[in-house]
Design a protein around this ligand. Structure first.
Ligand SMILES: CC(C)(COP(=O)(O)OP(=O)(O)OC[C@H]1O[C@@H](n2cnc3c(N)ncnc32)[C@H](O)[C@@H]1OP(=O)(O)O)[C@@H](O)C(=O)NCCC(=O)NCCS
Length: 160
């Protein structure tokens, strides 16, 4: 898969930066295009207020095309809460770019174990997480409102 560094039209670069209030409508739009059970704007604003360093967007030629949000739990894990890329911009390396950025920020803050939940049917996301070093730790039975199971996936850098 090719990583596209910038916009073909104006030559600008992809930017990954912390989310701002005025990004929220775009984040919610991407969320709604991406998930059967999307998070609400209130949830996103709460995440932004609690973990501003770990809520990142990717901007492509001035347009928000993806986001990732993470939190830090009492268990010490960096918890990837949600990630999505606008369907028009998928398959260009943006998902991995966002994951790499948020993991680096967490790691820089001394967090070396990461976790996330993903629907067992979401093969693309499972493949992305596996390629980034996440391993299935267990199956969370009926995790989603429609009864679908999730994988709990973990990446542990503490022993490396
Ligand atoms: C999962 C998601 C964020 C990936 O974003 P993306 O920008 O398309 O991902 P990338 O281009 O960085 O690709 C990352 C990896 O995903 C996998 N992948 C991406 N597109 C794929 C496809 N069409 N088929 C199979 N694997 C694919 C590959 O492993 C790829 O790594 P590689 O290029 O080294 O092989 C995106 O598909 C998305 O927004 N999905 C809907 C929301 C979602 O499911 N989020 C995760 C919830 S837990």
């Amino acid at each position: 898969m090719q990583y596209e560094p910038g916009c073909k039209d104006c030559g600008c670069y992809l930017i990954v930066r912390e989310v701002r209030y005025d990004d929220m409508k775009h984040v919610v739009d991407i969320e709604r295009k991406s998930f059967k059970y999307p998070y609400t704007v209130l949830t996103f604003i709460t995440l932004m207020n609690l973990y501003p360093n770990y809520f990142l967007v990717c901007e492509y030629c001035g347009r928000v095309v993806g986001y990732v949000s993470a939190a830090v739990g009492k268990d010490g894990y960096g918890h990837i809460i949600s990630i999505a890329v606008d369907p028009e911009f998928r398959g260009r390396g943006i998902g991995k770019l966002l994951m790499g950025n948020v993991e680096s920020r967490l790691y820089g803050d001394g967090i070396n174990k990461f976790k996330l939940e993903v629907a067992v049917s979401n093969q693309i996301a499972v493949k992305m997480y596996s390629s980034l070093g996440y391993k299935v730790s267990k199956v969370l039975s009926r995790y989603y409102p429609d009864g679908e199971d999730a994988y709990l996936m973990i990446k542990d850098l503490s022993s490396s």
